[in-house]
Design a protein around this ligand. Structure first.
Ligand code: FAD
Length: 570
């Protein structure tokens, strides 16, 4: 099996400057992306000369212990996102030499793409009760206690490593879900921004962590070095190293004391989305890093690990996936602070979903019936695919349709494509570039827009007429959406985008015990093998808290435990 990632970096200038080059290149990029928006198959997109960074990870069987090693450390951390950073710092502070491997050419992973909400706990026993009950039977009491304890140490870790919180943070609130102990999983925070905003995002959070990694002696970072296999001593089953790919060369990295798998989830692996989540792999794209392709799942199963929480899957907001980017943009027509200033229709032109019922951070996949208060909605999301976001010129001119700003108070870059580390795409303030690209399709009237999007024209016209009447009356009698979000579609040119679903992150990976050791199929620890972060997260069924905070808590446990191991000797 091979995992192939194509990371294309391109600038706004490149889009505009190469607009005429046309459809020839579209075929080249189309192979890397299954969803080619029908509307966006425009010549303006195809001409982009995107820089390519293609990594192929071949899969084979278990790897024998090599006769010589290319690199050696006490602890090898696979994945340099937030959990990997916290693991590496903690292991190094406990006296271990550390090598961090990351597949991407820049660190940060999903952590650097996140909105930046952090959560930790004020009371270890209370938080333990919460995670135990919210784990719905998948956690042991000892494990919940260990997690609860580390959740109370997150704030101290942040302070000790100069992770500066935004003014007024943390604030106290209660984790949602109604499980006992939720009130103790209660410290919420954003970090300070590096861009002059009152609060920062995951990008800022990762910058603080990366500075702490750089400051810490004994940590070596190797980028563009995808781990491919774990190396296991067949006699003791101890994991003794990692086989990775460095510039096309296979390298063997020895880990005397432990390997920490902090390499994220399977957001970028379409087979795994289908297999583990039983969902539509065609129209769901990561909003975050495309490099999290479930490699760890294959690596740990090769050494006999048990998997858990594979169906833990966080859906994101409504998105758009251009063929020239590996991840999806989140959409927010109407600009920062304006939500749901549009309707969503299917190819028949009909609404089928109360748009203000966001798909963000839900546990229920879109496939099931979505009830609406009027009881008249067309059931199901996927039967209505492909679907389109429709709005008018008034909304278009209110700000960038791509969610470059999560709100007016937080920093501008959320998601992979906007990230300073990766895509670096700047959505034009007036959307003119995205209109020119064909990402946003316009029509001087509704039939013209319908024709361009391949929507039934009569259906769209009837739907918009009905919608505008409901806006005037101040009530969505069709699908019961929140009245305050209703904006009429009356001002041409009319606009439409073919949407996709997005995902934030997955939670599945190797099953862990209270020391974050990864377990085998008999629930025995595989010696020297650890998990951290969203790879095998303790969030299984109920997500409340934060993956950023839990990644730090995991790093504290995995880093310290690995550093304390007796070195493996052959
Ligand atoms: C748009 C968005 C918004 C979010 N908002 C929030 C939020 O507000 N609060 C919150 O708590 N969570 C949020 N999340 C989720 C959160 O960001 C992630 O779950 C969390 O950052 C995961 O951290 P991690 O260190 O486990 O993984 P990551 O940060 O994803 O790091 C994993 C790293 O592993 C690397 N890797 C993958 N495969 C290999 C391999 N074979 N070899 C070597 N390296 C490999 C990747 O390149 C990556 O750098 C958000 C996510 C997204 C995408």
């Amino acid at each position: 099996m091979a995992d192939t990632i194509t990371d294309k970096k391109l600038s706004r200038r490149q889009f505009v400057g190469t607009a005429a080059a046309g459809a020839a290149a579209l075929g080249a990029v189309a192979g890397a992306t299954t969803l080619i928006p029908r509307v966006a198959a425009s010549p303006t997109v195809g001409g982009v000369k995107a820089a390519k960074d293609t990594i192929t990870v071949p899969r084979a069987g278990p790897v024998p212990i090599p006769s010589s090693w290319d690199y050696t450390a006490d602890v090898v951390v696979v994945g340099y996102g937030g959990a990997g950073a916290a693991s590496a710092i903690t292991a190094a502070e406990n006296g271990a030499s550390v090598i961090i491997l990351d597949k991407a050419s820049a660190p940060g992973g999903n952590t650097s793409c996140a909105s930046g909400h952090l959560q930790w706990a004020s009371n270890a026993i209370g938080a333990a009760e919460y995670v135990l009950t919210a784990g719905l039977g998948t956690l042991t009491t000892a494990q919940a206690l260990a997690i609860g304890t580390q959740l109370t140490n997150v704030g101290t870790f942040l302070t000790n490593h100069n992770v500066t919180l935004a003014p007024g943070n943390p604030t106290s609130s209660t984790a949602s879900g109604g499980f006992p102990g939720a009130q103790y999983y209660n410290w919420n925070a954003s970090v300070a921004s590096h861009d002059g905003y009152p609060a920062g995002t995951g990008k800022d959070f990762f910058q603080y962590l990366a500075a702490a990694v750089n400051k810490q002696s004994g940590i070596q970072v190797m980028l563009s070095t995808p781990a491919q296999h774990l190396i296991q001593d067949p006699a003791s089953r101890t994991v003794v190293g990692v086989q990775a790919n460095s510039s096309g060369q296979i390298i063997n990295v020895k880990a005397n004391k432990g390997v920490i798998m902090a390499l994220g989830g399977y957001e970028g692996n379409r087979d795994m989305i289908s297999a583990f989540n039983d969902d539509n792999p065609v129209a769901i794209y990561p909003a975050g890093t495309p490099y999290n392709t479930g490699d760890g799942i294959e690596m740990v199963t090769e050494v006999g690990a048990k998997l858990w929480h594979m169906q833990g899957f966080e859906y994101g907001y409504y998105g758009f996936k251009p063929s020239v980017f590996p991840s999806a943009f989140w959409l927010q027509p109407g600009g920062a602070g304006t939500m749901y200033a549009y309707i969503i229709v299917n190819s028949a032109g009909n609404r089928f979903h109360a748009e203000s019922t966001s798909w963000g951070h839900i546990k229920t996949k879109p496939e099931p019936q979505l009830p609406n208060s009027a009881g008249t909605g067309i059931a199901g999301i996927w039967p209505n695919y492909p679907f389109y976001m429709i709005f008018d010129n008034t909304i278009l001119t209110q700000g960038p349709v791509g969610m470059t700003q999560r709100s007016t108070t937080t920093g501008p870059t959320v998601g992979w494509n906007f990230s300073f580390l990766h895509g670096d795409y700047t959505w034009s303030k007036d959307n003119s570039v995205e209109v020119a690209n064909g990402w946003i399709v316009q029509g001087k009237d509704l039939p013209t827009l319908a024709a361009a999007l391949n929507i039934n024209a009569a259906g769209l016209q009837a739907q918009v007429t009905n919608w505008n009447s409901m806006c005037a009356a101040g009530a969505d009698t069709q699908l019961g959406r929140t009245a305050s979000t209703m904006k009429p579609i009356i001002n041409p040119p009319y606009c439409g985008i073919q949407m996709c679903m997005t995902m934030i992150n997955t939670q599945g990976g190797g099953k862990r015990n209270e020391r974050n050791q990864i377990l085998d199929t008999m629930d025995n620890p595989i010696p020297h093998l650890y998990g951290a972060g969203e790879f095998g997260s303790y969030y299984g069924f109920w997500y409340s808290g934060s993956n950023l905070g839990s990644g730090v808590a995991d790093g504290l446990t995995s880093g310290a435990d690995a550093a304390a191991q007796a070195p493996w000797s052959s």
